[in-house]
Design a protein around this ligand. Structure first.
Ligand code: KIV
Ligand code: ZN
Length: 523
């Protein structure tokens, strides 16, 4: 069996956890099909390791990791496929069952080592936790060579105790030791020093790759990851668009582009094909319905826009005046016209593939039909339109409730009202509602039919391209009695898009495999 990822002194291993830490943040959940689509793009991007989920946490997570391992994990030159596991032996067995299908499987096991976590969360002594960590790593090594261990809350752990745990787990067979700043507490200078001190203090540290996993609570995640690399870390854990728990994880695109743009400073490479960065960022936004802020480094809408006159003048004379990277370095396309109403199915499929989406069979047929309908309504069809169409297909969960008919009346001096007809298992159900506006009227009608009450936490409408005839894309986050679910829908009619987004959220809520996730407690 191949031995996972080989470390090299002048290359840093990119461990992507978009599908695990990223996906577990509220509003970013993805179903199996969406995770697979994203994993394919991560493979094209050239990440070394994909952490595809936390298999014990739910049936759906297990299935996602297994499917990513079976498909993306079997591609030529495939990345390692990793699953997360607590140190309980049953967790590790379950994790192995999911990742074993990959040609390079990895088990990542973790337990907290800070006194705060030991006392309040795990209620275990230091000795008990050390033993559990060693037993877990040994057990995992019984399955595969590529085992990673993380002492959770490392930045607030007692240094000597944490180092004892690290030394013991390396002796037990851990190949990677990952040092997480779980709560985003560290400052770059001290974090760099901590990594250097771990390398000195842990006698057998040369037998493992040192990794870092930085959260962004104080906005230091990327800086902390880079300073760790300067101090000998050779793996960084990161996510596309920096998504993740709370304020997120270190952003992959920022780390990779910093290393590339400042190669003179770091002298370190990655295997990432940077021209795939933009597509990866866009695909993630389309799947989750969460768009990055315009001024987000590398992938934000304004990241390459020179607005000030003096800057524009400089760039026109010589790009080097204000541009340290080129849009093409990250694969950022010009907003070009792509297809028209005479374009065929093959051209449509090829263009989607260029955008990072590989559809076939019935999914391709459905998306192609929507493209044709759109091309009839809209003169100019852009890449963004295509992504909106396919992401609707990708974000489809089994349609327990399907929109069949929608009629609404609204205007000044009127009480907005809506009539909605939904289909469920071949039967049609119709009801109506009123509201302060047409969206509320539609949502009230949907609630009357489904009997499912939801509190709208967030509603976002955006035009996916320029032009009055643009597609409107609606992303919602709904609290259904404590379960927060997001949904997305698009249409040239924004009220229809709103109805589709809300139904998408309901369908996600009631989908058969949507089991509750276990809390990330201790061993
Ligand atoms: O933030 C954290 O500590 C984690 C671990 C599971 C690595 O996500
Ligand atoms: Zn984390």
């Amino acid at each position: 069996m191949p031995h996972g990822v080989d470390a090299q002194p002048d290359r840093v291993i990119i461990f992507d956890t978009t599908l695990r830490d990223g996906e577990q943040a509220p509003g970013f959940s993805m179903n199996v099909i969406e995770k697979l689509e994203m994993a394919r793009q991560l493979a094209r991007l050239g990440v070394d390791v994909i952490e595809a989920g936390f298999p014990i946490s739910s049936e759906e997570d297990f299935e996602s990791v297994r499917e990513v391992a079976k498909t993306v994990g079997q591609l030529e030159d495939a990345p390692s496929i990793c699953g997360l596991s607590r140190v309980g032996l049953g967790d590790i067995d379950r994790c192995w069952e999911a990742v074993k299908h990959a040609s390079r499987p990895r088990i990542h096991t973790f337990v907290a080592t800070s006194d705060i976590h030991l006392k309040y969360k795990l209620r275990k002594s230091r000795a008990e936790v050390l033993k559990a960590a060693v037993d877990a790593v040994r057990h995992a090594r019984g399955y595969c060579d590529d085992v990673e261990f993380s002492p959770e809350d490392a930045s607030r752990s007692d240094f000597d105790y944490m180092c004892d745990v690290l030394e013991a787990v390396i002796d037990a067979g851990a190949r990677t030791i990952n040092i997480p700043d779980t709560v985003g507490y560290a400052m770059p200078h001290e974090w760099g020093e901590r990594i250097a001190r771990i390398r000195e203090r842990v006698k057998n540290s040369h037998r493992a790759v040192i990794s870092v996993h930085c959260h962004n609570d104080l906005g230091q995640a990327v800086a902390n990851s880079l300073v760790a690399i300067q101090n000998g870390a050779r793996q960084v854990e990161c996510t596309i668009n920096g998504i993740g728990e709370r304020a997120g994880n270190a952003s992959l695109e920022e780390i990779v582009m910093a290393l590339r743009t400042r190669k003179d400073f770091f002298g370190i490479d990655t295997r990432v094909r940077t021209e795939e960065i933009y597509r990866a960022s866009k695909l993630l936004s389309h799947i989750t319905g969460v768009h990055v802020q315009p001024n987000k480094a590398i992938v934000g809408e304004n990241a390459f826009a020179h607005e000030a006159g003096i800057h524009q003048d400089g760039v026109l004379k010589e790009k080097l005046t204000y541009e340290i990277m080129r849009p093409e370095d990250i694969g950022r396309p010009s907003n070009k016209l792509v297809l028209g109403k005479h374009s065929g199915r093959h051209a449509f499929k090829i263009r989607l593939k260029d955008l990072g989406v590989d559809l076939d069979g019935p999914e391709l047929d459905k998306a192609f039909k929507r493209f044709k309908d759109l091309a009839d309504k809209k003169k100019e069809v852009y890449d963004e339109d295509l992504l909106a169409i396919v992401s609707d297909e990708l974000t489809q969960v089994p349609e327990t409730f399907a929109l069949d008919y929608l009629h609404f009346v609204s205007g000044t001096g009127l009480i907005p009202s809506a009539t909605v007809r939904l289909r469920r298992e071949g039967h049609a159900f119709q009801d109506s509602g009123t509201g302060d506006g047409p969206v509320e009227a539609v949502y009230n009608a949907i609630e009357a039919i489904t009997g499912i009450k939801g509190r709208l936490l967030d509603y976002n409408l955006r035009a996916v391209t320029q032009g009055r005839d643009a597609i409107g894309e609606v992303a919602v986050k709904v609290d259904f009695d404590g379960s927060v679910v997001s949904g997305k829908g698009s249409s040239t009619d924004v009220i229809e898009a709103s109805a589709r987004a809300y139904l998408n959220a309901i369908n996600r809520l009631v989908r058969p495999s949507a089991g509750a996730r276990v809390a990330e407690a201790g061993p």
